[in-house]
Design a protein. Structure first.
Lengths: 480, 404
């Protein structure tokens, strides 16, 4: 068999047979031929870039990098929340991964402060790695794919994998999710003040935003800035936030991703500013508790600087009260005779409809208070007639592109009824793309398998094997 | 050539990644609010001009001024983390009680008569942690080179619990020959302490009196209206009052309930009128959990399961056999949660499933089937302590209500 198999030129392996190569004369199956045409020799930077982007060597390194990131990211989740690790390792351009050197769970070296020594490994984040993998798939396919009917399966499989990567990209950039917590609406209509019985707003699980509010007649004017724009205020940083037409700027400082507010007492020395008897401190998960970003409340200090030079100091904490209280309690201040509010809160998303919890049902396992089923009976309130829906595990409500899942319930301290429900609301344009991609990949592999099978059945190898089998049968199995 | 270009590409790519990382990693010190959005007040229900306490979900830090001591006892008004409770203790001979000063986290105060340099005060449940406080007391205030571990200090009684005693002598805030006695105990970051500073000779002479005061300190209910029932942790606040600081745990985004605000009392889904002499128990997950006497406690809770098997389990805690059906049917009834409930009155040597033991105990249980669970009030304690509490328990059970 004449083979030309440079180490970097085997992709796609099954499609790499030179078109003018003679059929293999030997008994080796044709399908085993993996020889590939060498990539076009680079002539100039453009072809060289394309050659590099489409190379098998790059694909191999990218897959190895993904494996390393997955391994290191998994290890990181023992001390960090999944959300943080996901953001740091898998949604970033660059990561300084930490690898604690240990044997059988015991650290091998310690720093002088007694903490285990960890290697710090600079790696590209999974984001650029997957972007390159996507480019590698497309370019490699275009450069090396032999546009023949027998390669349709390979082509379809590549399209499926590319669709999977695109779905991840769309989900990362164009989807959002959060929680909506609602109390059961009292049958007698006697609603407790402040409680959240129906709402068209859901709140991000982990992300915060800073909002400035002011009353304009019978309406509220609101402007927001996402927390990602305030990360410069971490540690000793300071970020100045302005808004067009606002008579003040907000200086954000001492930003903390996980903060608690405590009254300043005599028993400790506050390292952060004390505002009206309260101080903001870094919080941490209790020992043994798996870190969970959803439980982390951000906080910061603000200095409001009026255009006339006035300065107002304040402390903000993104404490969430729903469903017990749907009201927000912003830091209120007056500048130029006008009242404003500043509110640090979970990022709020508006739904094109409202949900009302009509009833919550919880059925327990016999003899226990452990629920075996819990579900929400909700009304979808829109422009037309309200429609009712039942939301329970694996039976989400789909409405206007949003998906509403049953997530939790409460109060879990025996206080129900009345109960409240915790719904997860998700908006993801690529919601079903991964399922489609899996279908496409399955179809591609099936086509490829059928194509291979057909070629094998029509090949001389098959004929030879069939003849040998017939001979063996004729001689009673003694043919060799 | 390809072979020479690839390293260049890797270099270019690496440079690109580093540049992008720097661009993403180095946050700007300027930001802009987004464009204004008009919303209805229904969409953004807002409480303007809320106090820090309401806004940040802080406990009632600064209550009314302390109540002057009377009848040989020092007492305070609302204290830091005290949940609106008074603290009181004996005032030994030669001591003078002073008004509490919640603004300075002094829930009870004394001086030694005729010794203006002495300063004695009690502070309940204030953050800072035990290590931080020991460092502050020993190193920062007395300039001691070493700070002992709390376990190395003498054990003392403090405010109904066990604590440790820091006994420090040296130069206090520039004053040589001074001393401090600090009885303290801690739970998590919260430290409760009774501190006595003054000239060393006086402090040492008052050591036994100091320990007596530490032992005598107790929390008691207080209400501006003596006829009004005390407000329990978690009890609904008056209408239109911002509902913060009531200890209701706040859930967050579809997951388990969020941690309650700092130092907020435990959640209680029930309300009740608490009999005199019962003291609210802190740091408990049970509802309306109180203590009385030397080792008595009472609480409201819920369990799954059938009523009779559950009652039989409680009988087993005092080594009694399960009831017959006839005995079960014959159990007396009393009011609980606005309806009839069975009353169980048991005596014997008590051993709970958690291992708690009381010799010569008496157990009172009021239980009713509530939906698909059992809601009950349970009182356990030494028989001698329980006897005077029987009527109080029945009254208490009759007053228990679910919060709306």
């Amino acid at each position: 068999v004449k083979r030309t198999a440079p180490p970097d030129a085997t992709w796609p392996a099954s499609a790499a047979t030179a078109p003018d190569a003679a059929p293999p004369p030997s008994t080796a199956p044709k399908t085993a031929v993996v020889a590939a045409a060498a990539p076009p020799r680079a002539r100039g930077l453009g072809p060289a870039i394309l050659g590099f982007l489409g190379s098998m060597r790059l694909a191999m390194w990218l897959v190895l990098l993904l494996a390393a990131l997955t391994w290191l990211g998994t290890l990181a989740q023992t001390t960090r929340s999944t959300y943080d690790v996901q953001r740091e390792y898998f949604e970033s351009w660059f990561v300084l991964a930490e690898l604690e050197l240990s044997f059988w769970g015991k650290p091998l070296w310690f720093r002088t402060d007694g903490t285990p020594f960890a290697l710090r490994i600079p790696l590209p984040g999974a984001y650029p790695v997957m972007a390159l993998l996507f480019a590698n798939l497309i370019v490699g396919g275009l450069l090396r794919m032999k546009w023949q009917a027998r390669n349709v399966g390979i082509l379809v499989t590549h399209v499926g994998i590319a669709l999977l990567l695109v779905a991840g990209f769309v989900k990362l950039h164009y989807s959002w999710s959060g929680s909506l917590m609602l109390y059961e609406t009292p049958a007698d209509g006697n609603r407790a003040p402040g409680r959240n019985y129906e709402s068209s707003v859901f709140r991000s699980f982990q992300e915060f935003e800073l909002a400035v509010l002011r009353e304009v007649g019978d309406r509220i004017e609101e402007r927001v800035v996402p927390e990602s724009a305030l990360y410069g205020a971490r540690h000793n940083g300071r970020v100045t936030v302005r808004g067009e037409g606002l008579p003040f700027a907000v200086e954000v400082h001492h930003w903390m991703d996980f903060a608690k507010v405590v009254p300043k007492g005599p028993n400790f020395t506050a390292t952060n500013p004390v505002v009206d008897g309260a101080v903001l401190m870094e919080d941490k998960h209790p020992p043994g508790e798996q870190p969970e970003a959803g439980r982390e409340t951000a906080g910061c200090y603000v200095t409001i600087v009026g255009n006339g030079g006035e300065r107002i100091e304040g402390l903000l904490w993104g404490f969430e009260r729903q469903p017990f209280d749907r009201q927000r309690y912003p830091l209120t201040f007056t500048i130029g005779g006008e009242r404003f509010g500043l509110d640090l809160r979970h990022t709020m998303y508006e739904l094109p409809f409202a949900l009302r919890l009509d009833k919550f049902q919880k059925l327990d396992h016999p003899g226990t208070l452990t629920p075996r089923d819990f579900r929400s009976f909700v009304s979808v309130l829109g422009d037309g007639q309200p429609r009712t829906a039942e939301v329970f595990m694996n039976n989400p409500l789909r409405q206007d592109g949003y998906v509403v899942y049953q997530a939790s319930w409460g109060p879990q301290n025996m206080a129900g009824p009345p109960w409240f429900t915790g719904l997860e609301v998700s908006y993801n344009p690529s919601d079903i793309w991964p399922a489609l991609a899996c279908g496409v990949i399955f179809l591609g592999l099936l086509l490829h398998f059928v194509s291979k099978l057909r070629r094998f059945l029509g090949s001389s190898t098959h004929d030879a094997l069939a003849k040998r089998a017939l001979d063996r049968a004729a001689t009673g199995g003694n043919a060799s | 050539m390809l072979d020479t270009v690839i390293p260049r590409m890797i270099l270019l790519r690496t440079t690109g990644v580093i540049v992008a990382s720097l661009a993403f990693g180095c946050s700007s010190d300027k930001a802009e609010f987004g464009p204004p959005k008009q919303l209805t007040k229904e969409q953004r229900p807002t409480v303007w001009d809320a106090s820090n306490q309401d806004r940040l979900g802080l406990p009632d830090m600064r209550g009314t001024a302390g109540v002057a001591a009377a009848g040989g006892a020092a007492a305070s008004g609302a204290g830091a983390g005290g949940g609106g409770k008074q603290w009181g203790g004996t005032t030994p001979d030669g001591w003078e009680s002073q008004p509490a000063n919640p603004a300075r986290f002094r829930d009870a105060q004394w001086k030694i008569a005729g010794q203006p340099d002495t300063d004695i005060y009690f502070t309940a449940s204030v953050g800072g942690g035990v290590t931080g406080n020991l460092t502050r007391w020993y190193r920062d205030q007395f300039g001691q080179p070493t700070v002992p571990a709390p376990e190395a200090l003498e054990i003392v009684e403090l405010a109904g619990g066990t604590g440790r005693l820091a006994d420090i002598t040296g130069t206090f805030q520039g004053k040589a020959g001074w001393a401090a006695l600090i009885a303290f105990r801690w739970q998590g970051e919260q430290v409760t302490s009774l501190k006595f500073t003054g000239p060393a000779a006086i402090v040492k002479a008052q050591r036994s009196a100091f320990l007596e005061v530490a032992k005598s300190l107790r929390q008691a209910s207080a209400s501006p209206n003596p006829k009004a029932p005390p407000i329990e942790p978690g009890q609904p606040l008056p209408p239109n009052h911002p509902p913060m600081g009531d200890g209701t745990p706040s859930p967050v985004h579809g997951a388990a309930p969020h941690a309650a605000p700092a130092a907020a009392p435990a959640a209680s889904p029930f309300t009740a009128t608490i009999p005199t002499g019962w003291t609210a128990k802190a740091g408990t997950s049970r509802a309306l959990h109180h203590t009385f006497g030397s080792d008595g406690e009472v609480y409201v809770s819920q369990l799954g399961g059938g009523l009779k098997p559950t009652l039989d389990i409680w009988r087993g805690e005092v080594s009694l056999q399960p009831m017959s059906d006839a005995e079960f049917q014959a159990l007396p009834k009393a009011a609980f949660l606005g309806d009839d409930a069975v009353l169980l009155d048991l005596q014997g040597n008590f051993q709970s499933m958690s291992g708690k033991q009381i010799q010569g105990a008496r157990v009172l249980v009021m239980a009713r089937v509530d939906s698909n669970s059992i809601t009950f009030a349970k009182l356990v304690g030494p028989a001698a302590d329980v006897a005077p509490q029987v009527d109080a328990f029945r009254t208490f059970c009759g007053s228990v209500r679910r919060k709306s």
